[in-house]
Design a protein around this ligand. Structure first.
Ligand SMILES: Nc1nc2c(ncn2[C@@H]2O[C@H](COP(=O)(O)OP(=O)(O)OP(=O)(O)O)[C@@H](O)[C@H]2O)c(=O)[nH]1
Ligand SMILES: [Mg+2]
Length: 423
């Protein structure tokens, strides 16, 4: 094919035109979100076209944007182009917009689900993505069959009886629910197998998990610290599985380090729920390394987005170490300025292996910090009580009916042995 023909073919490829709305005061944040949607759409494998932002206080009930606005957007689109909305749409809005514009429509959640689908390699990840898809589709199924009821009695639908659409919808829903149940059972099976492995292999090690925004460099850091071979790509959501390996902190101390799926702003709720088994690595961790791409202009917003997801999966209480990555790309003055704002953080380059020894050291210190904890040990566990006296500093003790209540100063490692009595 000649260069000219190639250009012509490329020009004819369908493009995705992006649409969003926001209150006038949120314009900057929304434009960033639309830029991120553009990256997501490109990761999904589509070309992007225009970016369209309408300033309005609330969405239009029928069409999401104003009527004139969407008419204008569509007038600039080629026939096969599609519309992608930065927010989730109500099923009736999807119906109205597609009727009005005759264009294919997707929303942000569908784009993320599609990327997950394309990147899922393990059977666990595939089942998790499918489950999230079913959850997303179930309330939207209504769309598909309404036309059967509307068209009943017309020649085109032949012998279809009253309410066929509704019956079909019920069947579809039952089918989807059945698939969801099957997916959940399969996931439970995988989760319990993993749990057995985990207890067997790792129970006596401390667990450290790398979390962070997608593309922050988590897998690169994991590989650099463990000689691992996790796939690294300049792509959103390259990793959808969790991988664990030993990390040597020096002084003969080993911990288990895990790499896992990245987060993003407005991460679809269903995905978080379906990826529970994968995210178990995060929930079980003794320390989280929250990795941040310091070269990203939005890194502060990303820190907040990651914290939101951590709260959603009930991991907000786990100690966190902020680790700023990709400092090889910054002038040292810029790095210094960020350091002033985040004095407790560690600054590294995972790909250039800068400052990784310092990171190991800080991780080691973090895992050894002592806390005052309340422990209630039943009277019959005399051995445990005397063991506690030997190990930590018992600051306070009180004899209760249920046992001995103590304030004890313990480091995390020792606390681990007494987890079941901690109150
Ligand atoms: N310049 C520079 N690039 C880096 C550094 N660390 C990682 N990268 C690049 O950042 C991109 C993303 O790296 P990954 O390790 O795949 O990021 P991730 O956080 O695992 O991403 P997901 O799994 O997609 O969430 C790749 O192109 C890496 O080469 C670094 O220290 N400096
Ligand atoms: Mg990764």
């Amino acid at each position: 094919m000649s260069q000219k023909e190639l250009i012509e073919v490329e020009e004819k490829l369908p493009k995705a035109h992006l649409v969003g709305i926001c209150a006038p005061k949120d314009e900057d944040a929304k434009l960033k979100s639309l830029q991120e949607l553009k990256l997501l759409v490109q990761t999904m494998g589509l070309e992007t076209g225009s970016i369209n932002l309408q300033k309005r206080d609330r969405p239009d009930r029928a069409l999401y944007t104003g009527k004139g606005f969407i008419e204008e957007v569509v007038s600039g689109m080629a026939e096969d182009d599609l519309l992608i909305y930065d927010n989730d749409l109500h099923p009736s809005q999807i119906r109205n917009i597609s009727k009005k514009t005759s264009k294919d429509i997707m929303d942000r959640t569908e784009v993320i689900l599609e990327i997950f689908k394309q990147h899922a390699r393990s059977s666990e990840a595939r089942i998790q993505v499918n489950l999230a898809r079913y959850e997303y589709e179930l309330p939207r199924l209504r769309n598909l069959w309404a036309h059967l009821d509307r068209e009943k009695g017309t020649a085109s639908t032949g012998g279809i009886s009253r309410g066929s659409g509704e019956k079909q919808l019920e069947l579809d829903k039952r089918y989807v629910r059945l698939k969801m149940r099957k997916a959940k059972l399969e996931l439970e099976k995988i989760a319990s197998q993993k749990e057995v492995q985990r207890q067997y292999r790792f129970s006596h090690f401390k667990k450290v998990c790398i979390v962070g925004y997608t593309n922050a460099g988590k897998s690169t850091l994991f590989n650099a610290l463990t000689d691992g071979k996790v796939l690294v790509e300049n792509k959103l959501f390259a990793t959808l599985e969790s991988t664990s390996s030993a990390l040597n902190l020096g002084k003969g101390r080993d911990v288990i380090l895990s790499d896992t799926v990245g987060f993003i702003s407005q991460l679809p709720h269903h995905l978080v729920a379906s990826f529970r088994a994968t995210l178990q690595e995060v929930v079980d961790a003794d320390l989280l390394l929250h990795l941040i791409d310091v070269t990203d202009a939005n890194f502060e917003q990303h820190i907040a987005d990651v914290e939101t997801v951590l709260a959603e999966i009930k991991a907000a209480e786990i100690p966190v170490l902020l680790v700023f990555n990709k400092i090889d790309m910054l002038f040292s003055e810029v790095t210094e300025a960020v350091k002033e704002t985040y004095p407790e953080a560690v600054f590294i380059s995972a790909s250039e292996k800068i400052n990784l020894d310092n990171l190991r050291e800080v991780v080691d210190q973090k895992l050894n910090i002592a806390h005052v904890v309340k422990i209630l040990v039943p009277h019959q566990e005399q051995k445990i009580i005397s063991h506690l006296f030997k190990l930590g500093v018992v600051l306070e003790k009180e004899y209760k009916d249920e046992g001995v209540l103590m304030d004890v100063l313990l480091n995390d490692e020792d606390l681990y042995q007494f987890k079941q009595w901690k109150i």
